[in-house]
Design a protein around this ligand. Sequence first.
Ligand code: FUB
Length: 664
Amino acid sequence: MNKKLFLPIFLIPLAVNAQNPIIHNQFCADPTARVFNGKIYLYPSHDINPPQPLPQGVREDWFCMEDYHVFSSDNLVDWTDHGVILNQKDVPWGNPGAYSMWAPDCVERNGKYYFYYPDAPKEGRGFSIGVAIADKPEGPFTPVASNIEGVNGIDPCVLLASDGNAYLFWGPGLCAKLKDNMTEIADDTPTETFKFGEREFTMRGVNCLKGLPNRQAEGPFAFEYNGNYYLTYPYVRENTEVLGYAMSKNPMGPYEYKGIIMAEHPNGCWTNHHSIVNFKGQWYIFYHQNDYSPENDKRRSVRIEKLAFNADGTIQEVKPTLRGVGIVNALSRIEVDRYAKGSGDLKLNFMDEGDKFLGWEVNFPAKTSWLSFTDVDFSALQNGYVTANVKADKNTKFFIREKSAKGKVIAEFNVVCVTEGQFRRDYSGQWLTVTAPVKYCPKGISDIYITTQDGGLSIDYVQFKNHESYFNPSTSASIAPDSEGFIRRWFILEPIAKDIRSNTDFTDTYLKNAFHDAEYRKLFDVVPTDGKKVKFQKQSLTWHKLDATRYNMKLFRFAEKYGTKLYGVLFSGITVIKCDDEIRNVRLSAGSNSASSWYLNGEEILLMQGDRRMVKDDCVSGLVTLKKGINILSVSVINGPGMSDFCARFIDENGNAVTNYNIE
Ligand code: FUB
């Protein structure tokens, strides 16, 4: 009976990306990657820790797999988990408690998606292979009632050959043509006796590994490229698996052994299992290692590397990396513990031994320690800073540089974990989030290097961020005040440097001298244009026409962007108010940090003295009239050590915001 599966479909975008391993919320192994509709789909098997108490026949130290998830990505960096597509309980012919859902595959034929998977049958021993069918790569999949008749083994792979046929390969290393229905092997499939290593089997199928190294072979993955058929497969060369391959001019062989694609895992992980796929013109190998489970190599994780062919069609050996593939957006977390290259003394530790899926930190023991991280995309970073999660033994510095360990400094971090003085604090050995301004922003995609000044530093991740945009260049013809009546469009002049010792300097006399100075007032004689340059006391300054993104104009941020000085500055602003009719009996209601002076049509209407914080409606002017036509409102704000800003609106006699005018 064919049963349509209505399994819950979860769309779970995975937060941390790209680097090896690629899936960070669960174990998964035996990755088959396929390209469907321009996207890459990943069909791995799903290792789990066995339920407790252990079900009958399940071993703590063996593979334990009850279901399959499918994942997709359009950039190999961000992966979406589409949830469970098949559970052992839903396999009509399978043993629902066997936890034996080993390596699968999925191919598309005539608009249908055929998912091939091994499972332990209800009756008898060993493995059989089943098929589930869907209309979409992510399912829902409907399992076919019976397993594929005559096929005993594991790790199915289907080759859609250019001769028009589909061929089923399975482990240890057998092959048979599939019928057009994709669920049965051809009637003329022979029955043969096979010797794989020391083991002998009598089974249906053609032995594709005849004469090839085949000790404990499994996981065949076959594909076609440039007129050659490739049979790639894991086998044991010495003590653990390598990935080897053979080539042929025919899908079912005979195949000629060509060599190793990937050597034994250096950490001793016994299995490897892979697939090879071309995505957007680049070849990739998907494989597994037990990154998140160093103590148990039956809980594995999927990795990706680039793969290349030689001119004669042979495959270049691939070295596993931590970095993996994909371009990482500078605005996402850059997990630098997944570095591309580094000094030999770097140490990797889990962030939390109790929850290894939280990933790693990288420790720089010495001042000569360094690492590189390739392919960071800076194009979305405009006006930024960078944050890092770090732990240090002592106060230290570290640097993010471009392209080499001596390259241009992108950012310099000062990690202060011990503060001295009356309020001494000691954060050494604790995780701290530190930030640094971006001194230099690389163009487009570049490699970063991290170097340290003293060593004794661990980094979890670094992440670039854009400063919030507080204002944008004015582009529209005219705007109204905002719904609360605040005036958001201003010409702001680059700040005039002032020698201010502290804001207690702001006596009435000091302010009058600063604000009413005749030469200074000349700056307001003419309404500027955007970009207009003026001279004031030997300083060359530019007017900028801006629309604030909030009710207040952030002068400090303006100075960060355009000024040479952030503190000890005099800011000047002009806005042009156009009224269709005269508006009488209104008051200017303003706030500023710090002291300010406000002129309407050439007359001072408000002086806000002293050291002030900006609050809405901090002070109001006397009653004024906005005349029909153009009115010029100007402001001067002076500040010593503070974060300068101001806000202004007109209110009527009842205190309501006046909004019936335009700002040019
Ligand atoms: O995942 C279980 C088995 O381990 C696979 O079927 C083999 O290829 C090996 O990776």
